[in-house]
Design a protein around this ligand. Structure first.
Ligand code: NAP
Length: 244
């Protein structure tokens, strides 16, 4: 058995650690987007595969016998490619997707980042905390009516809002820290993707406590028919079943 883990998440690193410790032949894959990524245990390859066809060829060339797509819930492109490539190469695929954050009726849920930018444009307040990632900043670049506190892991390399304060940081965050940050910047609206998980959830509690409004971008759908689990132990059990 040789397992390919499509990574870039804490869950992918946890899964790699468990499988490596169990002596499983594992290869983790990262896109190479982050300058200084947290690396999983065991062998790692970095960079795109060249679409679904490239990934299918990679699976065959590397003798991959099972894939776990443990990428971020908003990395819809690689998930679609993984489903297509797994089907083409006849390799079993599991999607490991952490649960969404529990919906709060006070949130303004939107379908994608463009809808989030439209919701912000219609918001009468001033200070917006934008945590949707550097690659989504372009959608907000034309909005000069608002001030944006933007938090990203690496510096933006595309269009950004004209009135922007940039913080570079990565979680985990605390409710106290998030509360202090939002207070300091007079934030009235938080824009976030429904990534789920504990690493970045503190901002939601802080927003509740401070009466900050929330625009929540909903996740893209899983590839049709995908087998999916929500936790690392379930993925470990699935991988164990693939060896028989
Ligand atoms: P994406 O839009 O779904 O993927 C774009 C392209 O990046 C893919 O077609 C693929 O290139 C390459 N790619 C993505 N993930 C890869 C992986 N694990 N290994 C090798 N190539 C990969 O993905 P994204 O939203 O840019 O996310 C990129 C990575 O960052 C993912 O691994 C994801 O887990 C992580 N991440 C994303 C977010 C987010 O908000 N989107 C947040 C945190 C972490 P080819 O077509 O050339 O194969």
């Amino acid at each position: 058995m040789r397992v390919l883990i499509l990574g870039g998440t804490g869950e992918a690193r946890e899964l790699a650690a468990v499988l490596v410790a169990a002596g499983t032949d594992v290869l983790s894959s990262l896109a190479g987007r982050v300058r200084d990524p947290r690396l999983p245990e065991g062998p790692v390859r970095i960079g795109g595969f060249g679409g679904a066809d490239g990934l299918a060829a990679f699976l065959t060339a590397e003798g991959i016998t099972a894939i776990v797509d443990a990428t971020h819930p908003f990395a819809g492109g690689i998930s679609a490619n993984a489903a297509a490539a797994a089907g083409a190469a006849g390799v079993p695929l599991l999607v490991l997707r952490r649960p969404e954050w529990d919906a709060d009726p006070a949130w303004h849920a939107v379908g994608d980042i463009r809808a989030a930018a439209a919701a912000v444009r219609g918001w009468p307040g001033d200070e917006v905390f934008l945590t949707t990632g550097r690659r989504d900043l372009a959608a907000f670049a034309g909005d000069d009516a608002h001030r944006f506190l933007v938090r990203t892991v690496d510096p933006p390399d595309g269009p950004v809002p004209g009135r922007m304060t940039l913080i570079m940081d990565r979680g985990p965050y605390t409710v106290d820290g998030e509360t202090a940050l939002m207070r300091e910047h007079g934030i009235g609206l938080l824009v976030t993707k429904n990534s789920g998980g504990p690493m970045t959830a503190a901002k939601l509690q802080a927003a509740r406590d401070l009466g900050v409004q929330v625009v929540m971008v909903q996740r893209p759908a899983l590839p049709p028919g995908a087998a999916a689990v929500a936790t690392v132990p379930e993925a470990v059990r699935w991988a164990g079943r693939q060896s028989g």
